[in-house]
Design a protein around this ligand. Structure first.
Ligand SMILES: *Cc1c(COP(=O)(O)O)cnc(C)c1O
Length: 251
């Protein structure tokens, strides 16, 4: 099934526009653009448009809901080099689902999830890149470990040999005011720099996944190595869609 040429071309242009903004932010920060990875976030985007995105050159998508990601992975299993990154909170009982197909998990924030993921990955003979999610804004509604708990948490991770720990992830405060957003990014970078010195063997603390459509340029200025961008590529999400990453914590 080939996607309509117009849809592919439109996505190619949007991708190019976002990459140009990434390049410009890197230039301002005197950084090499090769040190920033763009992760296109495809939540709520339908399979047809994702196939067009694939034809436009996309090879990895970020999804924040397990069921939606699993459904899309199954539907697009004919694209063997398409990879999936799970960027949203995971309940322990869903770990076994993502172990089957995800290549990366960016929202690790509990021992139990690490344990469940590792057990299932061992059984499948798979490994997975993981990032530890940190709550840098202090908002009750956000997932992630408080910054001062991350060091002790990281020390437990070498026990899980299927998890390749790569670094940290955060969601900044949602605001148009750069003076409120920037400190979240600074906090994550400073934490990463600190943990680099104390990280146990086998635990890499290099990646900083921070920055979304509304704030990725600011995040790049503060050292982001992975920007997770949805709407700037795929268009504004439908009104009424509740972003689970900011939805209230359940039980
Ligand atoms: C939705 C989402 C994004 C992307 O947000 P956009 O505003 O579409 O760029 C990034 N990270 C997480 C965790 C998300 O849930």
């Amino acid at each position: 099934m080939l996607a309509p040429a117009g849809a592919v071309e439109a996505l190619r242009q949007r991708l190019a526009a976002v990459l140009a903004r990434i390049d410009a932010a890197c230039a301002r920060a005197a950084r090499d653009p090769a040190t920033v990875r763009l992760l296109p976030v495809s939540k709520t985007v339908c399979e047809e448009r994702l196939r067009a995105a694939y034809e436009a050159g996309f090879r990895m998508f970020g999804e924040n809901k397990v069921q939606e990601a699993q459904r899309k992975w199954e539907a697009m299993a004919d694209l063997p080099d398409l990879r999936w990154s799970i960027i949203g909170h995971l309940q322990t009982n869903k770990a076994k689902v993502i172990a089957e197909f995800a290549d990366e998990f960016q929202a690790l924030d509990s021992f139990r999830v690490a344990e469940a993921l590792d057990r299932r990955l061992q059984a499948l003979g798979r490994r997975m890149d993981v990032l530890v999610q940190v709550n840098t804004s202090g908002e009750e509604s956000k997932f992630g470990l408080p910054p001062d708990e991350v060091e002790a948490f990281a020390k437990q991770l070498p026990a899980f040999s299927s998890l390749r720990v790569r670094g940290l992830m955060t969601l900044a405060l949602h605001s148009d005011d750069a003076d409120k957003v920037r400190p979240c990014f600074v906090r994550l970078r400073e934490l990463r720099d600190l943990l680099r010195q104390s990280a146990p063997d086998g635990i890499a603390m290099d990646e900083l996944s921070m920055g979304m459509s509304g704030d990725f340029e600011l995040a790049i200025e503060e050292g982001s190595t992975i920007v997770r961008v949805g709407q700037a590529i795929f268009g504004t999400r439908v009104a009424g869609y509740v972003d689970p990453s900011v939805a209230r914590r359940e039980g």
